[in-house]
Design a protein around this ligand. Structure first.
Ligand SMILES: *Cc1c(COP(=O)(O)O)cnc(C)c1O
Length: 442
């Protein structure tokens, strides 16, 4: 089946763009740690007739007719997510990671309430309290940071900060931190100060379900994750939570049913997603999420998750052997942060990112802890291994990739060097066809 025949005929302009994007993805080395290559089955569910449906509400409680099958789809996605993560409750409707976090704030905090979040420049996400984001504008964020020497989180410092500030919520989670997170320690801190813990595992959820990172689900009150990063599904997000609100009397005593029963945490979250924040869920994405959860439930996914970490460790070792400085001098997860400061490239993350693009290696410029320049002109590069691991690459390929990256950095972005590296990268990617056998576009 050629899924693109109709598009190629009716809109050759867009079809051509998709074709060129497929070629770019096929020929390059994708190292952006939040990206992945999803399954063909997920692409098919995403491009399905479910995009035609409206289904505001939840299964069996909809505001529109004709939802018999959509209900089945959403119930299946919920059941699979519960089995995959072992959570008590899950909402599979959030459009993406940022709206999921927004819903959690909306469910648990009032405007101007205080929370603790990981600083953006040292590894947190925009939605963890950046001053340009809703989280920093509508609520009072107290940022915690990594230790200046070790560049790692120090739970004792976070503990002291929580005792001093008494936040209503503590966010744990990362977008640019190459080490493991101690969710149990975060929960102990949160419980001591009567705060909720929101564990945002968007980046690492594939590692969590694959057994390559410990899970926050047994501890955290609420856990959010995107479904399109290391989890390898469609774009989207889910919110998991405990059923009961252990802080009901302290933080939400007024939230009671007509019969006088306290609102559950699950109910607070669900009503924040719909009707609080969103309208109709994206049912095609719900179906694709169910497909991805089934893939992640397979035993092979455990091997995949472990290989992501092995590849990251191998890539980190090779880079360090080539005299490249890494933040925290290594990695425990899927993510590597190159520190360009010792290369005399302070603020030059952008130009090096562009030179690597020319070499067929896609990374993103990123701040380093205690960034001496600025977020738009940062002094680091962020790399990750979920996508290349999906392609089947292993430790020996990491050596070739590390050499390419190192050459481009050491040349300070010389165009001729990038051109040479590109030849090696093309040679490498040819051996790992993307979506082999699929005739989406060809
Ligand atoms: C990617 C990410 C998000 C946001 O997800 P979007 O789908 O881009 O909105 C939120 N939190 C963390 C930790 C992330 O890594």
């Amino acid at each position: 089946m050629n899924l693109m025949n109709d598009l190629a005929n009716s809109d050759p302009e867009v079809a051509d763009m998709l074709l060129r994007e497929l070629k770019r993805q096929e020929e390059g080395i994708e190292l952006i740690p939040s990206e992945n290559y999803t399954y063909r089955s997920v692409l098919q569910a995403m491009g399905s007739v479910l995009t035609n449906k409206y289904s505001e509400g939840y299964p069996k409680k909809r505001y529109y007719g004709g939802n018999e099958i959509v209900d089945e789809v959403e119930i299946l996605a919920i059941e699979r997510a519960k089995k995959l993560f072992g959570c008590e409750h899950v909402n599979v409707q959030p459009y993406s990671g940022s709206p999921a976090n927004q819903a959690v704030f909306f469910a648990l905090l009032s405007l101007k309430d205080k929370f603790l979040g990981f600083s953006l420049t040292s590894g947190g996400h925009l939605t963890h309290g950046s001053h340009v984001n809703f989280s920093g504008k509508n609520y009072v964020c107290i940022s915690y940071d990594v230790d200046k020497e070790t560049e790692m989180l120090d739970m004792a410092v976070i503990h002291e900060l929580a005792k001093k500030e008494k936040p209503k919520m503590v966010i744990s989670g990362l977008t640019a931190y190459p080490r493991k997170i101690d969710f149990k320690a975060f929960q102990e801190i949160a419980e001591e100060v009567d705060a909720y813990q929101l564990a945002d595992i968007s980046h690492i959820s594939g590692l969590v379900v694959g057994g390559a990172h410990s899970s926050p689900v047994p501890y955290a009150d609420v856990v959010t994750t995107t479904t399109h990063k290391s989890l390898r599904g469609p774009r989207g997000a889910i919110i998991m939570s405990k059923m009961e609100d252990r802080l009901h009397e302290i933080h939400h005593p007024e939230k009671k049913t007509k019969a006088g029963e306290p609102f559950s945490l699950a109910r607070l979250i669900d009503s924040a997603v719909f009707p609080g924040l969103q309208g109709g869920p994206h049912d095609h994405s719900t179906a694709a999420r169910a497909v991805a959860f089934a893939e992640a439930l397979k035993p092979e996914f455990k091997d995949y998750a472990k290989q992501i970490v092995k590849n990251a460790k191998a890539l980190a070792e090779e880079l360090m052997a080539l005299d490249t400085k890494l933040v925290t001098n290594g990695t425990d997860n899927h993510l590597i942060l190159i520190d360009l400061r010792p290369e005399d490239l302070i603020g030059k993350g952008g130009p090096i990112q562009n030179a690597l693009d020319e070499a067929g290696i896609t990374v993103n410029k990123n701040t380093v802890p205690y960034e001496p320049s600025s977020p738009f002109h940062p002094s680091g590069l962020r790399l990750g291994t979920p996508a290349i691991t999906s392609r089947g690459m292993k430790e020996s390929e990491m050596k070739v990739i590390a050499e390419g990256i190192s050459k481009v950095i050491k040349s300070k972005g010389d165009a001729e060097v990038s051109e040479k590296v590109r030849e090696n990268i093309l040679e490498l990617t040819k051996q790992f066809p993307l979506y082999p056998g699929l005739s989406i576009l060809k």
